[in-house]
Design a protein around this ligand. Structure first.
Ligand code: ARG
Length: 282
């Protein structure tokens, strides 16, 4: 038996990380394209290879399954090219779902398709957000609290709405760099009390707050953030993240996590990567 401390089990001074099987909702990019620009990564003039996008996405789905996770899929809809970014569809906790209210008209049509899916999946308590709310793109659960992004998409008022509906406190975090317009592009929850984040993506006040809340967080470099390295999914042991975020892979390994590199370069042309493609059923 490895020695145990109050903070968990360690072998050779390294924390033993335990994977939790997770349930994900994903949407194959059958209708993916970059036909409008609603974030600085999107250039409608640049070529996009949809077949490559589908191959990369299938690889992510298959990798999740290989690691023991469950993936359910929602059918994409023609004319809704960003539907592949399922994280934005809403927030699912227990038997409750809050369906997103998208900021941009280009994405608002996704709501109906996702709401229908949630209904068919048997969720009994489904509400549509009254306030602007881009789902798990801006709301991340860390233990008993939620971290709520704001500044570009999700409104501060939605934080209160989410607290009322789910009964979880939301800690507001203000995003300040347009390249990192959703919280899940700037911060990743690795387990109930461990996060990785990129301080320059946040306002000064929010950076101070993050430092107080998570003094031993992994700090991402400029290159990690630019490679969308924080747009990652963790099962508590394995962290699925863009392969290009080299420093972050090493930092995760250092802390006893097992990084699993994923290439979603085609989807990055729309400003999304691993986490954006993954809605977690908490
Ligand atoms: N093109 C999409 C948008 O701008 C990308 C969404 C990325 N999703 C995310 N969870 N960060 O809305």
């Amino acid at each position: 038996m490895p020695p145990t401390t109050a903070e968990g089990e360690f072998v050779d001074g390294r924390r033993i990380r335990v994977a939790q099987p997770l349930r994900f909702i994903m949407c194959r990019p059958d209708h993916f394209e970059v036909s409008y620009a609603i974030n600085p990564w999107m250039d409608p003039g640049a070529p996009v290879d949809r077949r490559a996008a589908v191959r990369q996405w299938e690889r992510l789905r298959d990798t999740y399954r290989e690691y023991g996770h469950t993936v359910e899929t929602v059918a994409g809809v023609a004319g809704l090219p960003d539907m592949v970014f399922a994280a934005n569809a809403g927030i699912c906790v227990g038997d409750k779902v809050m369906v997103a209210r998208f900021t941009h008209p280009e994405r608002q049509g996704e709501t109906v398709a996702y709401a229908n899916w949630f209904r068919a999946a048997g969720y009994r308590r489904i509400v549509q957000a009254a306030e602007e709310n881009e789902g798990e793109g801006d709301f991340l659960i860390a233990g008993d609290i939620m971290l709520g992004g704001t500044g570009f998409r999700t409104s501060p008022a939605s934080h209160q709405e989410v607290t009322r509906f789910f009964g979880l406190p939301v800690i507001p975090l203000e995003l300040a760099d347009p390249r990192f317009y959703h919280l899940d592009t700037a911060l990743c929850v690795l387990d109930a009390s461990t996060v990785a984040y990129y301080p320059p993506a946040f306002s000064t006040a929010s950076t101070t707050l993050l430092h107080r809340l998570f003094p031993d967080a992994i700090i991402a470099t400029d290159a990690d953030a630019a490679a969308f390295g924080l747009n990652a999914v963790s099962d508590g042991r394995h962290v699925f993240l863009p392969a290009a975020a080299r420093h972050l892979h090493a930092a995760l390994r250092e802390r006893g996590f097992h990084p699993v590199g994923i290439d979603l370069s085609e989807l990055l042309k729309a400003g999304g990567s691993v986490k954006c493609c993954t809605l977690v059923r908490h």
